[in-house]
Design a protein around this ligand. Structure first.
Ligand SMILES: *Cc1c(COP(=O)(O)O)cnc(C)c1O
Length: 362
């Protein structure tokens, strides 16, 4: 029997698995600890919640397609000109916009690997060719990345701190790298975890970009600002870059509630950064506990820790699942564990302590 013809799709889609919802994991006592997506463990502040409720009364109206009030609030907060800002549906949405703006067959997009999972997917969908440069010592190999630049390289991601390893690149090495990137190639510094950085040698992208017309900075409201469920992020870059990226905006994708909540969150930055401080303290406590139990854990400047477990990755992840702790495994590589509330972190540490094998240097 011959198969009936089906609609034809882009061949690139064959490279990706369909989305499969994660299974809920529950401990024998009926508890669930979600440490798999690097979210804030805190619900919205009262001031943000009341803004959300208020905005909900007007959802019969389309959102502001230019996100004007939010752009002004970001400009004011970060002391950057409004025409340097592009808001999108999460910073993943802005990443897609960036790739829509540069990606076409023949263009190359360079990034470290392993890094943020959205990069390979969005690069492939844009039609560009991904070029992945292996991490060295769990961090970006900027020298190798610079060597890999060709005249086809259009965009380079630097994820700082890197997801999932938590490691950073510091000012001197980043600036030396940026100096080697041709002016017609865009560098995107993904600073999703900027607020969790305590290493003073890590530069703030917003201080670097004014002198560098080919540098774009990505920030998000999903992590420190606790709005992952509302989907808002933004880019800051020189106007030529911002204008090109803005052209790819899928109309109305940053919804009205998200815009209002992001503005209210910026107004509550001090309160939110206090929460971040608590997460940073927990991060150090968790890492110290793991180290003293004999684990190898790279220093993290983000709200997660990385355990390179190699072949034991899925075994470790299953041990976590069994205790209601969901973590993010990358089969054959390692496990990323978000820093949650103290009780959640304690549940994770208990699993790690009872796991029969420690990881070690490669
Ligand atoms: C979480 C994360 C983001 C944020 O994505 P949103 O779309 O803003 O939720 C961006 N980049 C990296 C590296 C991340 O880990």
């Amino acid at each position: 029997m011959s198969e009936a013809p089906t609609p034809r799709f882009r061949s690139v889609l064959d490279r990706f698995q369909p989305y499969r919802p994660g299974k809920a994991v529950v401990s024998p006592e009926g508890k669930s600890f979600k440490l798999s997506s690097n979210e804030s463990p805190h619900g919205p502040l009262p001031s943000v919640l009341s803004t959300i409720a208020d905005a909900a009364l007007r959802v019969n109206r389309y959102p502001d397609n230019g996100c004007v009030a939010l752009v002004e609030a970001i400009a004011d907060h970060h002391k950057v000109p409004a025409d340097h800002i592009v808001v999108g549906c999460g910073s993943v949405g802005v990443t897609q916009m960036l790739l829509e703006a540069v990606g076409e067959p023949g263009a190359e997009v360079l990034y470290a690997w392993r890094s943020f999972e959205a990069y390979p997917l969005l690069v492939a969908l844009s039609g560009a060719t991904p070029v992945q440069i292996p991490l060295t010592g769990e961090t970006h190999d900027l020298a190798a990345m610079a060597e890999a630049i060709t005249d086809r390289t259009r965009l380079i991601f630097v994820c700082n701190p890197n997801n999932p390893t938590g490691t950073v690149v510091r000012r001197a090495e980043l600036e030396a790298f940026l100096d080697r990137v041709p002016a017609d190639c865009l560098v995107v510094l993904d600073e999703a975890y900027r607020e969790y950085i305590r290493d003073a040698e890590v530069p703030d992208g917003l201080d670097l970009y004014p002198d560098r017309p080919n540098l774009a900075i990505l920030r998000t409201f999903s992590k420190a600002y606790g709005l992952a469920g509302l989907r808002t992020g933004f880019m800051v870059a020189h106007p030529r870059v911002a204008e090109a990226v803005r052209k790819t905006y899928l109309p109305f994708t940053v919804n009205a509630i998200a815009q209002a909540a992001a503005i209210a969150s910026l107004a509550a930055t001090d309160e939110l950064l206090e929460r971040v401080e608590g997460t940073v303290k927990e991060r150090e406590r968790v890492r110290d506990a793991l180290l003293s139990d004999g684990w190898t854990v790279p220093p993290s400047e983000a709200n997660f820790v990385w355990l390179r477990l190699g072949e034991r990755t899925m075994e470790f992840s299953a041990a976590c699942d069994a205790q209601g702790v969901s973590v993010r495994p990358f089969a054959g590589e390692g496990v990323r564990v978000s820093i949650g509330a103290p009780e959640e972190n304690a549940a994770f540490l208990a699993v790690a302590r009872s796991f029969p094998h420690r990881n070690g240097p490669e």
